[in-house]
Design a protein around this ligand. Structure first.
Ligand code: PBG
Ligand code: ZN
Length: 298
């Protein structure tokens, strides 16, 4: 049920704390292997990988995102080799950490080029899948990306690789700490032309229907806490496995309040997780996973 996200950086021997996300580090692949080995022993058997490239690697089209020797494919291959089928390896597919402007797609005269972005996302997903990812998870919110990725995987003999779509992803202030962690804040403008309007409920069903028609295997709602009605809507409308993303801002708020002794961290985390399950989520992507298992909260 629990998926632990990781932020992977180039280099060796690196485990640098992320200021806005206490308990979560930037890690190089060698350190990631050590962390995941401990997590697997705790029973935490699924990971979601985010690459954080060097600033010098960023480009207008985010080309480092689909390099076969980039940090994410290298991490996937190393995890696969070390853990085999013990571990479910999921990868985030989006360009924003790799583009110099920080947007999730190509930018053309101040506008997002939705269709021009699709082949780039497909190449990125392909690089992850070829390295051995079990699940690729597009978070960019371009229309048509599920189909583009599915086609690319199938044509490459990778029809067994599953696709978890960030189907319902709202433009949210709760992503703040993540953007610090992934160095992926847009340098100009915001993401409201491609991410969803938090005031809109029915559009969630439309987005999910499109993803299902295009071949998504797992649907996701993100953020989690402020959108539990949407989780319930999807649970009732689709038989697909449903994930929620308990995002960085939700995590950091709990950590900050708990650090001051203002809330009981264990009880608040469990209350949030129970709410996700009650709303209908099967899969919970959460930064709290390791601590909860290590400290026997469940
Ligand atoms: C990149 C991406 C984001 C998150 C996951 N993938 C940030 C964004 O869209 O700005 C957010 C995760 C979190 O806040 O924990 N597209
Ligand atoms: Zn993005």
């Amino acid at each position: 049920m629990l998926v632990q996200p990781h932020f992977i950086v180039p280099g060796q021997g690196i485990a640098d704390p992320i200021d806005a996300m206490p308990g979560i580090d930037h890690q190089s692949v060698d350190r990631l292997l050590e962390t995941v080995a401990r997590d697997v022993d705790l029973g935490l058997r699924s990971v979601l990988l985010f690459g954080v490239p060097e600033p010098a690697q960023k480009a207008p089209d985010g080309r480092a995102a689909w390099a076969g020797d980039a940090v994410v494919p290298r991490a996937v291959a190393a995890l696969r080799e070390r853990f085999g089928d013990e571990l479910v390896v999921m990868t985030d597919v989006c360009l924003c950490a790799y583009t110099d402007h920080g947007h999730c797609g190509l930018v053309d005269h101040g506008r997002i080029d939705n269709d021009g972005t699709l082949p780039l996302l497909a190449s990125m997903a392909l690089a992850h899948a070829r390295a051995g990812a079990d699940v690729v998870a597009p978070s960019d919110m371009m229309d048509g990306r599920v189909e583009a990725i599915r086609d690319a995987l199938d044509s490459d003999g990778l029809s067994h690789v599953a696709l978890m779509s960030y189907s319902v992803k709202y433009a949210s202030a709760y992503y703040g700490p993540f953007r610090e962690a992934a160095h992926s804040a847009p340098s100009q403008g915001d993401r409201r032309s491609y991410q969803m309007d938090g005031r809109n409920r029915r559009e969630a069903l439309l987005e999910a229907e499109l993803d299902v028609a295009e071949g998504a295997d797992i649907l996701m709602v993100k953020p989690a806490l402020a959108y539990l009605d949407v989780v319930r809507d999807l649970r009732e409308a689709f038989p697909h496995p449903l994930a929620v993303y308990n995002v960085s801002g939700e995590y950091s708020m709990v950590k900050a309040a708990a650090a001051r002794g203002w809330v009981d961290e264990r009880l608040v985390v469990l209350e949030n997780w129970h709410a996700f399950r009650r709303a209908g989520a099967d899969i919970v992507i959460t930064y709290h996973g390791r601590q909860a298992l290590a400290e026997g909260w469940l």
